[in-house]
Design a protein around this ligand. Structure first.
Ligand code: GDP
Ligand code: ZN
Length: 315
């Protein structure tokens, strides 16, 4: 049978068959994904093959194969171990909810998020939430930010999860897709989920009750079907996500507007910091690039990496 993984704890996996039935599954014997060492070889969002086994009066599925992933997001424990955990696989869109205040979302945070989505090959969309609360100046600021990020190639949308403004457009973007929500605590992720599907909270409870394997039920990512035809992956306690291994030299490649100029830099391994005849710095001086983006870039390249990681992985 073929199915889609809705939940992964590292020992148990909840898989929905193509026929729409949920199965509790385990991984076959020594079977392991090649390449990545992680605490959960099978992740939420994986499509898998599994066989049904009946042991006593219990029916479980045994996963024997994982299909090739389009992408996956990993998380590394900062303090405890060097093990990685695959948060999700095959994510179509990552939404970043942004608010100007209550709480403030700084451009450095937005840019770090975008670096990671670029590195993971996941389409990112910026949703500027709570626009119902903004005064004229704040509206201008949102417009400035949206224009900046659109010019780089990112879709941006002003919304209000509270009043329902542009929620129809959010649904349109999400149609038939697997979507993840990110953003600081308090930006409105739960309110948005609720606006998209008011009964989601109920559904959440029902699914976890049905498949509770005891402990940890709230600490693992889980996928939910929305009635209008989309899936969301809920990642409790995870504020954002980050790239575990990233070389200094590749960070610039994840700033698309810098990457586009890289060929014009004198040195082909230009970091756009100290080097002479740098096309990125020239463009900055001519105000063709945003200084806020450059500031974020330098912070990631030079900045204390520990801070970068912590910022992203901290629960
Ligand atoms: P989360 O931590 O990202 O899940 O944020 P919540 O969904 O819990 O929202 C935090 C607070 O912001 C709640 O009091 C919401 O009612 C409020 N909120 C969320 N979205 C909006 C919005 O679009 N407009 C206004 N005025 N308040 C909002
Ligand atoms: Zn350069």
């Amino acid at each position: 049978m073929k199915g889609l993984v809705y939940k992964s704890t590292g020992s148990w996996y909840t898989v929905k068959s193509n026929a729409g039935k949920f199965y509790d599954c385990r991984i076959k014997g020594k079977f392991r994904m090649e390449g990545i060492k992680s605490t959960n070889p099978v992740a939420v969002g994986d499509t898998v093959e599994f066989e049904i086994e009946t042991i006593g009066d219990e029916t479980i599925g045994i996963i024997s194969k994982i299909d090739k992933r389009d992408n996956y997001i990993i998380r590394k424990s900062v303090n405890l171990s060097k093990q990685t955990h695959i948060i999700a696989a095959n994510v179509d869109i990552a939404f970043l909810l942004v608010t100007l205040n209550n709480p403030p979302t700084f451009t450095t945070f937005i840019d770090r998020f975008l670096v990671t989505t670029e590195a993971y090959h996941i389409k990112a969309v910026l949703l500027f939430n709570k626009i119902d609360t903004y005064n004229e100046d704040e509206i201008l600021e949102v417009k400035y930010l949206a224009a900046l990020y659109r010019s780089i190639g990112y879709e941006c949308l002003g919304i209000s999860a509270e009043t329902g403004k542009n929620i129809d457009k959010v649904k349109e973007m999400m149609q038939d897709k697997v979507v993840m929500f990110s953003g600081h605590s308090g930006v409105g992720k739960s309110t948005l989920a609720n606006a998209l599907e008011p009964t989601l909270e109920l559904k959440t409870k029902k699914i976890s009750a049905q498949h509770s394997q005891g402990q940890h039920t709230t600490t693992f990512a889980e996928m939910y079907d929305l009635d209008f035809g989309a899936k969301i992956i809920d990642t409790p306690g995870i504020k954002g996500f980050g790239v575990v291994e990233m070389e200094k030299e590749e960070i610039g490649d994840y700033f698309p507007e810098f990457f586009a100029l890289k060929q014009e830099c004198k040195f082909n391994n230009c970091l756009h910091i100290e080097e002479p005849k740098c096309a990125v710095k020239d463009a900055l001086e001519e105000d063709k690039l945003a200084w806020s983006r450059y500031k974020s870039y330098v912070q990631i390249v030079e900045g204390d990496e520990e801070h970068f990681r912590k910022d992203i992985y901290e629960k």
